[in-house]
Structures are given as structure tokens and as C-alpha cells.
Design a protein around this ligand. Structure first.
Ligand code: ATP
Ligand code: MG
Length: 362
């Protein structure tokens, strides 16, 4: 999938902007606060009808203006499609092929993107909560069953928490809830395990490419419940037994103590834990590889690669890693990358790309 061109009107610090893009690699160069991230944000907005950095759409509208819009043409292997999205005080309007759609769900999904922003480093460096959110989002994208099971699990878990906090714990009720929790947990754990194996396969390859085969990445699933079962039904029973065993402790502490809501994953390079022992560049490469694995997941799902948006990734990668990243990726995936200096870009790559100098929204 390729984004051929884009037209912005009153979007952030851009009054009006028309750009034609390179099918492989596009580099946005500029000093701080000139509008590089804004431009990536506009592509993200064109794809998903929302921003990656704010939930308040009105921030996208240029100061003192009424409406912001982004138009663009996308090309897939079988079609060419104009997309258009605008936001004003009255809300959002979206058009596919010049026809206004009544629901945004009819709009989203035509242009697929994967974005890597500086915050994504937290997948490696941040808390288990950040990693669970990442897994939930990724698994949710490929499995509707996962999403609904997760939401059911959360509801039952909240109920159980309420019961545990009450003075006279109703053990019969808790037993019923534990049964439901075990059922949902076994689905969640199974899907997570499968997902992590898939993402490891893709991320491992990408990491190997970027590190010039010097590093071997593995991803480990660390489920909070240490289970032995090898099928989902057995797992359900095993979890139920474990939950029953911990009931006294849970009543004592008045909180739920075990289950997939406390799962985590860890990343390892050549055997060592990246969060604890990795250098900045290794942590960034790991986060990048894990996030870029999404490209392959989407490809498997949709049959086309999405477009890739890379914000501020070059600064912490050495020249070898940068050029391996850009050369390995751009032949498969149209890539948009921001940088503060053109010297960040390797000469060999420069022959086959477009660069755009960004200065105060121009
Ligand atoms: P850095 O290298 O620091 O990341 P950048 O080039 O990515 O910089 P952006 O975040 O794209 O910078 O742009 C920031 C600029 O956009 C700031 O000057 C900010 O004032 C301006 N800006 C943000 N929102 C709006 C808006 N709604 N209207 C006008 N200008 C805006
Ligand atoms: Mg920026």
C-alpha cells in the first residue's frame, strides 16, 4: 500500500500543503518544532481519523481557524482511492472515493499505518502495564474473540474485587466467579502465548536485519499463573484449582492476586534481559523490532503492507543500524521518517528517496 500524495489545510502549523510522496522512502528534515511530527500525525489522522498524540481533535485545527482537513490518495495493488478527513467544532467528516460516509468505521481500514514514536520505547523500558496494553492492542487487532474475552474477564474480575472487599465474603459467589475467570483466563493465556510466538518470529528477523546479524532477539511470555497444561480445557481446570487454592490469601489481603491481569513479557538479546542490561541503542532496536513486527502481522491479515511512520528513531541508532533499518524496510514498506539532520541519512540510501525540508509549517 502506498500513499501517493497528501493535501493539508489548517492542520496544526500547516496553512496549506501539497506533497507528492516517494513510493519507498520519505524523509522529513527540520529543526525542532517545525512540523515534522505534525506531518506524520496528519498521515496517521488520514488513516485512523484520530491523532496518535491527543484525544482532543480540536487541537489539530490550526489556531484561530474553523476546520482542519487532510486529503490523500492511496494506491494498493488493485485500486487507487482518494480519502478525505476533516475536523471542525461540529465534529469529523470522512469521505472515501469522494463519498461521505455516515460512520467512521466505514472509513477506517482503507489506509493502514504502523507508527513508531519515541514513547514506544516504553514497551521495553516501561512497566508491565505498558507491555500488557501493547499485547492487548495487538492481539485485539487480530482477534475479536480476544477483545471480547478480555472485556468479560475484566468485568468478572472487578466483580470479584468488590466481593473480596466486603466484610462477609460470599464464598459460593466467589466460586462461581472463579469458574468464569478460569474460563476467560485460559482463552486469554492461550491467545497471548500464540501471539507472542508469532511476534517473536517476525521481530527476531527484523532485529537481526537492523543489528547486522550480531544480535538474536527472543521474547519470553511470563504468565502470572505458572501452568503445565497443554490444552485449553485442561488449562481452565488447572487455573480454577489455582484460584481456589489462593482464595484464603485473597480474602486475607482483600484483593485479587493471580491471573493474566498480572502477566508480563520480557525481551532478551543473545540471552540477556534487554530492560536490565541493554544499551540505549539495543533497547531502541528491540522496541522498534517488536513494533515493526506489526507490519508482518497486518500483511498476513490484509495481504498488503501498511505504510510506516517513524518519528525520531534515527538519533539513537548508529549509522550501521540506521542504514540496515532503512534499507531492509523500505523495499517492502513505504516509509516516512523524521530527522533533524540530513547527515543522519546514509549516502547510499539518498539516491532512492525523497526528502522534504520542513520549516515553520512550510
Ligand atoms: P521536534 O523535532 O522537536 O520533535 P517537530 O518538527 O516534530 O519538532 P511538531 O511537533 O511537528 O515539531 O510541531 C510543533 C509546532 O507546531 C510547534 O511550534 C507548535 O506550536 C505548532 N502547533 C501545534 N499545534 C498547533 C496548532 N493547532 N496550530 C498551530 N500551530 C500548532
Ligand atoms: Mg517531533
Amino acid at each position: 500500500m502506498i500513499l501517493k500524495d497528501i493535501h493539508l489545510g489548517n492542520f496544526r502549523n500547516y496553512d496549506s500543503l501539497d506533497l507528492q510522496f516517494h513510493p519507498k522512502l520519505n524523509v522529513f528534515i527540520g529543526r525542532n518544532a517545525q512540523g515534522k511530527t505534525n506531518l506524520l500525525e496528519s498521515i496517521y489522522f488520514l488513516a485512523l481519523a484520530k491523532s496518535h498524540r491527543t484525544s482532543r481533535d480540536k487541537e489539530l485545527i490550526q489556531f484561530d481557524k474553523e476546520e482542519a482537513y487532510v486529503n490523500g490518495n492511496i494506491e494498493t495493488s488493485y485500486s487507487r482511492l482518494p480519502l478525505s478527513i476533516s475536523v471542525s467544532k461540529k465534529g469529523k467528516r470522512a469521505k472515501v472515493n469522494h463519498m461521505e460516509v455516515s460512520k467512521l468505521s466505514q472509513y477506517i481500514g482503507h489506509l493502514n499505518t504502523v507508527l513508531f514514536a519515541p514513547e514506544d520505547l516504553n514497551i521495553v523500558k516501561g512497566s508491565p502495564q505498558v507491555r500488557r496494553k501493547f499485547i492487548n492492542m495487538e492481539c485485539g487487532q487480530i482477534s475479536k474473540v480476544y477483545l471480547s474475552t478480555l472485556s468479560d474477564y475484566q468485568k468478572v474480575l472487578n466483580q470479584k474485587s468488590q466481593y473480596l472487599k466486603s466484610r462477609n465474603v460470599d464464598r459460593v459467589m466467589i466460586d462461581v466467579l472463579n469458574e468464569q475467570l478460569a474460563k476467560h483466563a485460559s482463552v486469554i493465556i492461550y491467545k497471548r502465548q500464540h501471539f507472542i510466538e508469532t511476534i517473536e518470529k517476525f521481530a527476531r528477523k527484523i532485529h537481526e536485519d537492523i543489528s547486522n546479524s550480531k544480535e538474536s532477539l527472543t521474547i519470553k511470555y511470563n504468565p502470572n499463573i505458572k501452568y503445565k497444561s497443554t490444552n485449553e480445557k485442561e488449562l481452565e481446570q488447572e487455573i480454577k484449582a489455582i484460584l481456589d487454592d489462593s482464595l484464603e490469601k485473597e480474602i486475607d489481603r482483600m484483593q485479587t492476586m493471580i491471573g493474566p491481569h498480572r502477566d508480563d513479557i520480557s525481551f532478551h538479546i543473545n540471552g540477556f534481559d534487554v530492560q536490565t542490561y541493554g544499551s540505549q541503542g539495543q533497547q531502541r532496536t528491540t522496541a522498534l523490532s517488536v513494533k515493526l513486527a506489526e507490519l508482518d502481522l497486518i500483511y498476513d491479515e490484509v495481504g498488503e503492507y501498511p505504510v510506516l511512520l517513524l518519528d525520531d528513531v534515527l538519533s539513537e541508532l548508529d549509522e550501521t543500524r540506521q542504514s540496515h533499518l532503512l534499507t531492509s524496510i523500505r523495499d517492502r514498506v513505504q516509509t516516512f521518517v523524521t530527522t533533524t539532520s540530513i547527515s543522519d541519512i546514509n549516502h547510499a540510501i539518498m539516491n532512492d528517496m525523497s526528502s522534504f525540508n520542513i520549516d515553520s509549517g512550510k
